[in-house]
Design a binder for this molecule. Structure first.
Ligand code: HEC
Ligand code: HEC
Length: 386
């Protein structure tokens, strides 16, 4: 920290009692605390964190088989819908609010990207899956997505993938019981998805350069200054979109207009996730240390006090590759990044149009046109190279 910044900061601390507001205006960006958070935003690890609940998570044979299964529409009951039907293209999602599944089915929510997905802690907008392999069971068996079942999967595995499956799992698809078969196919999908990442982005370079400029005392001249400052201060984005994934891995109610049956979000999903036979504490996990049971029990024991907050709450999205994944929010109601910034600027959708109570952080922001543009530019810089 250079001397100029340090003295400004100290002067600020001295007058803080008298002139709190004036001081806030003068407080140089970034403060010590903000600099710390900036340092955590850049440079994602090249690989997602280990997942001990899937012994094949990093097995290249599993990833290669998973790749073929991910793209195979014959795993669906209608024969025309694969995972890739809804998670393809640059953004690994679809470009409309809802996606089409088997027999005219339409999904209840906007498909999130699968890029960098295994860096996240919870899956689905409402967090109803706690591991990437068990997540895959949900679209396979959903009547509006692939509408599949273990019999269909078994037939297809026997036909086209028998050798590879048997080599990995030491049993044939025929001798694998139904639930185990679903979990196994999920584990193959996860091994593949863990390789579908876009990690290095111009954003990372910008943040690194900006931090160097802070050291040199020239941060105000840096092209990233206004965008980052707005992200941290007036925009409050950093409160939730933090760390290298730019997600706190928590759930918040932003007040996104939604009158669908799924509108209560996390409240409606949490009990089912905790009691789910496929969760990471269940019999299909490959981690026998019991650490997941402990973790889920902690979630369970604090449920009472949190339940009200969970109503209408959704997972904080990763912002990595965000320019590739329009439209936005769990409903897909916002078409562009400009629309997203407008949404936050007005403090969310109208009260009465969503479930639960909006979190206090979301309120009118009063951003200038310049600040809005700087935020959009910042979001656009988060696109990674494949
Ligand atoms: C018909 C479209 C469709 C199909 C087919 C489909 N998905 Fe999805 N996917 C979605 C939607 C919609 C969501 C969000 C659902 C929700 O949160 O309620 C989603 C969510 C996900 C997520 C969670 C991402 C996150 O950030 O939480 C992953 C991972 C995923 N899908 C992988 C898959 C895999 C693997 C398959 C195949 C087994 C698959 N999807 C098939 C539409 C689809
Ligand atoms: C209180 C926590 C919180 C704050 C503050 C916040 N976000 Fe979010 N953000 C979320 C959550 C939660 C979602 C998903 C909400 C939903 O769909 O209901 C989200 C969704 C988004 C999305 C859409 C993601 C997608 O894949 O559709 C973008 C873009 C975004 N936020 C950018 C921002 C920006 C820019 C700011 C600052 C102006 C900001 N966020 C402030 C929690 C937050």
């Amino acid at each position: 920290m250079n001397a100029k910044r340090l003295s400004a900061r100290l002067a600020c601390l001295l007058v803080v009692g008298l002139l709190a507001n004036a001081c806030e205006n003068e407080d140089p960006f970034p403060s010590f605390d903000e600099l710390d958070k900036l340092q955590q935003l850049h440079t994602m690890p090249q690989h997602p964190p280990r997942d001990t609940t899937n012994r094949f998570a990093d097995d290249p044979r599993a990833a290669s088989l998973g790749n073929r299964l991910f793209h195979d529409p014959k795993l669906s009951s209608c024969g025309t819908v694969s995972c890739a039907s809804c998670h393809d293209g640059d953004g690994r999602t679809v470009d409309k609010p809802k996606a089409d599944g088997c027999n005219g089915g339409v999904t209840g929510r906007n498909p999130p990207t699968i890029l960098n997905v295994d860096y996240l802690r919870w899956f689905m907008w409402d967090g109803r899956a706690d591991r990437l392999w068990n997540q895959a069971i949900l679209p396979m068996t959903s009547p509006v997505e692939m509408n599949s079942n273990p019999t269909i999967l078994r037939t297809q595995l026997n036909g086209s993938y028998m050798g590879e499956y048997t080599e990995l799992f030491n049993k044939t698809p025929d001798t694998t019981q139904d639930d185990e078969l679903l979990a196994n196919v999920g584990k193959l999908m996860q091994a593949y998805e863990r390789q579908v990442n876009r990690v290095n982005s111009p954003f990372d370079e910008d943040v690194k350069r900006f931090i160097a400029a802070v050291d040199a005392g020239t941060e105000k001249d840096d092209p990233a200054y206004l965008g980052l400052k707005t992200y941290f201060r007036k925009g409050q984005c950093i409160v939730c979109h933090q760390g290298v994934t730019m997600s706190d891995n928590l759930f918040h109610n932003l007040g996104v207009k939604d009158s669908s049956p799924g509108a209560p979000g996390q409240t409606a999903a949490i009990d089912a996730m905790l009691d789910w036979k496929f969760n990471a504490a269940g019999p299909y996990s490959d981690d026998r240390t019991g650490q997941d049971a402990t973790r889920l029990n902690t979630v369970r024991s604090t449920l009472g006090e949190k339940r009200a907050e969970m109503d209408g709450a959704y997972k904080t999205s990763t912002l990595r590759n965000i320019a590739l994944t329009a439209p936005y929010m769990h409903t897909g109601e916002l078409k562009t990044l400009e629309d997203v910034v407008e949404f936050y600027n007005k403090g969310g959708d109208e009260v009465g149009t969503f479930s639960g109570t909006r979190t206090e952080t979301i309120k009118k922001l009063d951003l200038s046109d310049e600040e809005k543009k700087a935020l959009v530019k910042l979001l656009e810089s988060m696109t990674g190279t494949p």
